[in-house]
Ligand binder design. Sequence first.
Ligand code: FES
Length: 91
Amino acid sequence: MRELHDTCPWVIMICEGSKCSRLQKDLRRTFKSELKERGLKREVELVEMECTSRCKQGPVIAIQPANLWLGEVRETNVPQIIDEMFREEPA
Ligand code: FES
């Protein structure tokens, strides 16, 4: 095993399970374009995750390393989520 160093300080995990995907098809694309627009592509990695059985609260995302889980995320929430992430330093 070896440690990987080509990582970003922040990770946004986006549920790509069937229910979350059905509710917000373009959530990942919206995050990607907002991060690009703000010049934050090297600060935040977007990772797909499978269903975590929180479907009733979907669409679900998790922000690491803060371990902040958000439900009912809409594309219109993306700018606010990124604003709030960068008010705090990653652990
Ligand atoms: S499909 Fe996203 S939590 Fe189940």
